[in-house]
Design a protein around this ligand. Structure first.
Ligand code: RUQ
Ligand code: CUA
Length: 652
């Protein structure tokens, strides 16, 4: 019988979960004090202090909330098709979801992270990972839209991602599952020693933000769970938690929990840059998509890339070290000073905190305790800064308030625990409802957190809301952390399953937010920027409609000469140049979504009429008092009709 410890059994049976939910459900006499409502109240017309970008997990998207109110502002489509915004439905954005596996209209998005300058969040971009078909997306916060997606080759379950370095030199993506590299047909039984785990460093252009897969470090075949960059003194390093150092490939819940300690892998990416500069890399064939949405053409292009540079740590001394860390650590969190690296051992009773200074010291004095696949292992005692003793059960993630405190979530005991860096004493704990995963302090993943609130993201809500059938919402809970003790302020439902979130002071984003697209800058290949250019053209069975929209009509609004069997492209330009005046358009029988077109923007959908008749189209966004009049007709004649194309507006 293999070794199964107490915590594991509890994890597997959900023992703690059930008890803790019941207890807390009964004891919770409305955790809110009377002042809590005031603290989250943002009066009508007032703005929130913070933006929170909350991942949607299996929704594949990223939602934008205000804090402290918990109001939902927008769901930004990232990896999943979204009919509301035509994302992945219109011709312009379809290429964004292209991958080496073809058009993939869904992913599992986990960890957003905001771009940084000098270790502080700067409000330019949010990066987020797609887990399932490994990708990293970039959201441009001037438009709150996904403008770039890069696929990650040699990766599978892109989970220890997407985290940025202090000056957004890199957004880093680590594989969760190890796989054959390059992929090939081989026996699963030969996993051990043969599978590899790729850690990818994607450079971000300091000027235009363009991403490029700079290099990968090909690690042993462990699972790489989470990661965080060093900062301050440890800037230049990146830390990854590992589990399954057993290199098992079956019955992982038992077989990947055998080792008393797994590792935190410390990767020296500055050293990696030196090795790259010295040409110590191998270029290997790969196949991955790089998709870019162009602001001027309002159109995305997808390019397939064919190779990637890889570094083998066994051949690059000083590149990677292993820090032994108890029991399948999940979260890997670095404090604002960059000195402490917290490993959240899911199955461990204690929290392990490593010291960066001690790590460097041990490396300089070559105090190694063996090696794994050529990577030196440091001695646990030599790198240990301290231990938080028995703070709770099932630690997952830690964030920091910038005032010397850390906050860790405990999934099994359903709580957030506050403890002190340096003395490792627990100073406060508050229940969560229930089974908390990640937590987020705005700026908590930077040198300068805004230590006012912590947001806990819960997996289970059971009795917390009105029931909605078997599927109930996940939730977020907001705590005031400005005082000694945490105070629960607010409980609000989320879109999808929130994993991580990223938060930032609203003032750093607000002034950058675009209001319209300038019509004069519109370089879309099918833009119609004035009514004089309105037309309908036939090219064989393809028909292109160059259409405009303005309050409250389409131009043209009557079209004849379309035939069954045609492929009709609606290229529609919104001529408005006012803030918050989008128009929508769709036509009966179109098997795509509506288009929702922003002022100055052009979008395209395809309609393949199957039935003879006169078919209406209309605006889908209530844009003016005469919105209901914003409509038109298309006459569809039989396939063999000789009717010429005609179009008009305002002719009887
Ligand atoms: S996970 S709940 Cu970040 Cu995907 Cu820890
Ligand atoms: Cu345009 Cu409604």
């Amino acid at each position: 019988m293999k070794r199964l410890n107490y915590f594991m059994i509890a994890l597997i049976t959900g023992l703690f979960l059930v008890t803790s939910c019941n207890q807390q459900g009964n004891n919770s006499n409305g955790a809110l004090s009377s002042s809590a409502a005031e603290k989250v109240y943002v009066a009508p017309g007032e703005h929130d202090d913070y933006y929170a970008f909350i991942s949607g997990g299996f929704s594949g998207q990223l939602s934008v909330y205000g804090l402290p109110s918990g109001r939902l502002f927008k769901v930004i489509p990232v990896f999943s098709q979204d009919a509301e915004k035509a994302w992945g439905y219109n011709e312009e954005t379809k290429p964004m979801l292209n991958t080496s596996h073809g058009f993939i209209p869904w992913d599992d998005s986990h960890h957003p992270d905001i771009s940084q300058t000098n270790g502080e969040v700067d409000g330019r971009y949010v990066f987020i990972n797609g887990n399932n078909t490994p990708r990293i997306a970039k959201i441009d916060l001037s438009v709150f839209e996904t403008t770039e997606i890069i696929e990650i080759p040699n990766s599978a379950g892109n989970h220890s991602s997407a985290f940025v370095t202090e000056n957004t030199e890199y957004v880093v993506a680590g594989t969760r599952f190890s796989v054959p590299v390059p992929q090939r047909d081989m026996s699963i039984k030969e996993y051990k020693g043969n599978f590899k785990g790729a850690l990818s460093f994607i450079s971000v252009d300091p000027e235009d933000g363009e991403m490029d897969l700079s290099f990968q470090v090909l690690m042993p075949g462990f699972d790489y769970d989470l990661s965080h960059p060093g900062r301050g003194a440890s800037h230049g390093w990146f830390f990854f938690t590992t589990y399954n150092t057993e290199e098992a490939s079956t019955l992982m819940e038992v077989n990947a929990s055998q080792n008393d300690k797994d590792f935190i892998a410390a990767v020296n990416w500055k050293k990696a840059e030196e090795y790259i500069a010295q040409g110590k890399f191998k270029t290997i064939p790969a196949n991955y998509a790089h998709n870019v949405y162009d602001e001027e053409t309002h159109t995305a292009t997808s390019t397939m890339k064919k190779e990637v540079r890889v570094l083998d740590p066994a051949e690059c001394p000083g590149l990677v070290y292993f820090l032994p860390t108890p029991k399948s650590p999940h979260g890997c969190d670095v404090d604002p000073s960059g000195e402490y690296i917290v490993g959240n051992g899911k199955l461990s009773a204690d929290l392990t905190v490593h010291s960066f200074t001690k790590m460097i010291d041990a490396i300089e004095n070559q105090k190694f305790d063996g090696e794994a696949y050529g990577i030196p292992i440091l001695k646990f005692e030599d790198v240990l800064a301290g231990t938080v003793n028995q703070p709770g059960l099932g630690p997952l993630h830690t964030e920091f308030d910038g005032k010397g405190n850390a906050y860790t979530t405990f999934f099994i005991s359903s709580e957030v625990v506050k403890w002190k860096l340096g003395t490792w004493e627990v100073v406060d704990r508050k229940p969560t409802y229930y089974s908390v995963g990640h937590l987020m302090i705005p700026g908590g993943n930077s040198r300068k957190p805004f230590g006012e609130y912590v947001l806990a993201m819960n997996k289970i809500t059971k009795d917390r809301y009105l029931p909605t059938g078997p599927e109930v919402t996940q939730s977020a809970q907001l705590y005031d952390i400005s005082g000694e003790k945490m105070e629960l302020l607010l409980d609000f439902p989320t879109v999808g399953e929130p994993h991580y979130a990223a938060g930032i002071a609203a003032d750093l984003v607000k002034p950058r937010s675009k209001k319209i697209f300038n019509l004069t800058d519109n370089k879309h290949a099918y833009a119609t920027t004035s009514d004089a250019d309105v037309r309908v053209e036939r090219d064989g069975k393809e028909v292109h409609i160059y259409m405009t929209m303005i309050r409250s009509h389409f131009n043209p609004d009557n079209i004849e000469g379309i035939k069954v069997g045609d492929k009709v492209y609606f290229h529609v330009t919104n001529l408005e140049q006012d803030y918050d005046v989008p128009h929508g358009v769709s036509i009966i029988g179109a098997n795509t979504s509506e288009l929702l077109i922003m002022p100055g923007q052009t979008e395209t959908f395809v309609w393949e009429p199957k039935q003879v008749g006169v078919w209406p189209f209309y605006c889908t966004d209530f844009c003016s008092a005469l919105h209901q009049e914003m409509q038109g007709y298309i006459r569809v004649s039989p396939a063999d009709s000789n009717l010429d194309l005609t179009w008009s507006l305002g002719e009887d």
